[in-house]
Design a protein around this ligand. Structure first.
Ligand code: PLP
Length: 408
């Protein structure tokens, strides 16, 4: 008899964004004239930087002629992109990461989801609460958890991130865990971690032979001096951390698709007999077996993000989103809400002091604005909604005016 992977049945039936889409569709059907403004899902709205578009056009032209045609590329990514990323994202900031430690992919989601394949079925996993659901669901699918009871999977450690710890958990909460997923600037809370906070995690991981999976998908939004852009700014992180990067929010690549993962040389996990096994060759093996590379065109586009014009254009777009966030945060604070995030992140995490789905419904019905209920990101997200800065200025101003007219 053909058996399914029963772990899939443990996954909560209603995926957050499916449920939101369902409620928005019902609202729109009942109010066909309503102009709904979507500040929910974290997709970008601004077009690609001109430097990126030009580079991708040139890459298409390469593909149009025999001389510069590119078929399958190196699974680890083209050297031109790995070298540009290693230099601009790390070496120019005084951080030790080399091009051959960078693995280009079609985005951070796949890498965050696939990395767990390198580890044993019995490793103990810790995630933040609230959390980007990919870290959790991929471990559920792999059978590392028990059933979901009351919104939490047994066998998984949840690190509560709330106002009491500034939305950054302390390593003492992860006692006995082998792997911890950290994401800063955080989705969904918009919080950032200081160098001292991340250093505590690195020291904990090295002392306990644990691993940090650091998701830096939003690092390009950091504007506050001194806030780390990479886990490798902490001393000792090369021996205990893998980092995920994405061009999605940095450069509007949510549709183009490109990202990369850093697996430092010498970073190890352990075999049953206690011997150290290097993870970089394992990830190379995994990628060469299961992945055939991001497209040449998107990699040429990503390379252009690092050109002087590309950097400036992408920075301006991010500044535009940050200004959206500033406008919304200022308005919400003036309305009496306590708001985390914005400033160094595209997300605002708004304390609604009550049921987050009720606040979501009140805002949808009263203001025709779509947000994301915090409870969808975990138990500790209850009482909050996430508002995204990814929208036009016009919509942001309109949303703010509408929000001023309701209570939620
Ligand atoms: N990591 C976090 C925290 C995210 O919020 C997202 C996308 O929203 C991703 C990773 C996925 O990024 P990508 O588009 O590169 O797959």
């Amino acid at each position: 008899m053909l058996h399914v992977n029963e772990n899939y049945s443990k996954i909560q039936a209603s995926y957050l964004f499916t449920e939101i889409a369902h409620r928005v569709a019902a609202h729109q059907a009942a109010n066909p004239d309503a102009k709904v403004i979507r500040l929910g899902i974290g997709d970008v709205t601004e077009p690609l930087a001109p430097a990126v578009v030009e580079a991708m056009h040139r890459a298409v032209d390469d593909e149009a002629g025999r001389a510069a045609f590119h078929g399958y590329g190196p699974e680890q990514g083209y050297a031109f992109l790995r070298e540009a990323a290693a230099k601009a994202d790390f070496q120019d900031r005084g951080v030790d990461v080399s091009a051959d430690e960078i693995f280009v992919s079609d985005g951070a989601k796949c890498d965050c989801g696939n990395i767990q394949e390198l580890f044993g079925g019995d490793v103990r996993i810790a995630v933040g609460d609230p959390v980007y659901p990919v870290y959790v669901d991929t471990n559920v699918m792999a059978g590392r958890t028990g059933a979901n009871e009351g919104g939490r999977y047994s066998g998984l450690s949840y690190l509560v991130c709330d106002a009491s710890n500034g939305f950054v958990p302390d390593p003492s909460a992860a006692e006995g865990c082998d792997i911890v997923y950290l994401c800063y600037p955080n989705n969904p809370t918009g919080a950032v971690a200081t160098l001292a906070q991340l250093q505590r995690w690195v020291d904990w991981a090295n002392a306990s032979k644990s691993l940090i999976l650091f998701d830096a998908a939003y690092e390009a939004f950091i504007r506050t001096p001194g806030i780390p852009h990479s886990i490798y700014e902490c001393s000792g992180a090369r021996s205990c951390a893998i980092e995920f990067r994405s061009f999605s929010k940095t450069a509007g690549f949510t549709g183009v698709r490109c990202g990369y993962t850093v697996v430092p040389k010498g970073l190890c996990a352990y075999a049953a007999d206690g011997s150290a096994v290097e993870l970089r060759p394992m990830w190379t093996r995994r990628q060469t077996t299961k992945f055939n590379g991001a497209s040449y065109i998107s990699q040429r586009g990503a390379e252009a993000v690092y050109s002087p014009e590309g950097r400036e254009q992408c920075r301006r777009t991010i500044d535009f989103y940050l200004e959206n966030g500033r406008i919304m945060k200022e308005a919400l604070v003036s309305m009496g809400y306590s708001v985390t995030g914005g400033g160094d992140s595209p997300y605002l995490w708004v304390d609604v002091k009550g049921d987050s789905w009720a606040a979501f419904d009140a805002i949808l019905k009263g203001a025709n604005v779509v947000t994301t209920p915090g409870a969808g990101f975990g138990r500790a997200g209850e009482g909050y909604i996430r508002i995204s800065s990814f929208n036009s200025r016009e919509n942001v101003m309109e949303a703010v005016e509408r929000l001023r007219t309701i209570r939620f």
